[in-house]
Design a protein around this ligand. Structure first.
Ligand SMILES: [Zn+2]
Length: 172
C-alpha cells in the first residue's frame, strides 16, 4: 500500500453522536481513474458500497461530511493515536452538558449579589446568547462568576463548560 497520492484528494468522514469520526473516506485520482476508498483497520480499501459516490452526488442526504485536507490530517493523527476526538464543523448543534448529577448547592454558587439577582428575577449582565440552544451566559459584575441560563435553570459554570457552544463569544 502506498500513501503517495498525486493531484487533489477529497476527504469525507462519518461522525458518531459525539462528533468524533467513526469512518474515513477519500477520493483520489490514479492513472486518470477516480478511486474511492474507505479506511479500514490499518489501510485504505476500495469503497465497495459507494459511500463516497453517494456523498459526492447527494451531499445533503449523505451521512458523510466532506472535510478539508487539514481536518483529514487531524483524522489521520487520530487514527495513528487510536484516540478519536470530536471534529466540530459549522452548523453542529453541540449540546451543553447536563448539570452534574451532584450539583453544587445554590448557596455555594456565585456570590450573594448574583444569587439575589436571580432570586429577584433579575439577571447578572448578559455576556452572550445562543438562540438555537435557548440559553444565555451572564457574568456577575460583583464576583465575576459565569452563569448559564437555560429554559429550566440558572447555574454557575466555568468558561470551559460552555465553550463548546459559546466559543470565543465569552471573551471580552
Ligand atoms: Zn456574584
Amino acid at each position: 500500500m502506498s500513501e503517495t497520492t498525486s493531484g487533489s484528494v477529497r476527504w469525507w468522514v462519518r461522525r458518531g453522536a459525539d462528533f468524533a469520526p467513526v469512518a474515513f473516506f477519500r477520493r483520489r485520482e490514479s492513472g486518470g481513474d477516480i478511486v474511492d476508498e474507505r479506511y479500514a483497520g490499518d489501510g485504505w480499501m476500495p469503497d465497495t458500497r459507494g459511500a463516497v459516490d453517494r456523498a459526492e452526488r447527494f451531499a445533503l442526504d449523505s451521512d458523510l461530511d466532506e472535510i478539508s485536507a487539514v481536518d483529514a490530517r487531524r483524522v489521520l493523527d487520530m487514527i495513528a493515536a487510536r484516540t478519536y476526538t470530536p471534529l466540530l464543523m459549522a452548523g453542529d448543534a453541540v449540546p451543553i452538558p447536563a448539570p452534574p448529577a451532584d450539583p453544587v448547592p445554590w448557596e455555594q454558587q456565585g456570590c450573594a449579589v448574583c444569587r439575589a439577582q436571580w432570586e429577584r428575577g433579575d439577571r447578572p449582565p448578559l455576556i452572550a446568547e445562543d438562540v438555537p440552544d435557548h440559553s444565555s451566559v451572564h457574568r456577575c459584575s460583583s464576583c465575576g462568576t459565569l452563569w448559564l441560563l437555560t429554559e429550566r435553570y440558572a447555574t454557575a459554570v466555568t468558561a470551559d463548560e460552555v465553550r463548546p457552544v459559546y466559543g470565543d463569544r465569552l471573551d471580552d
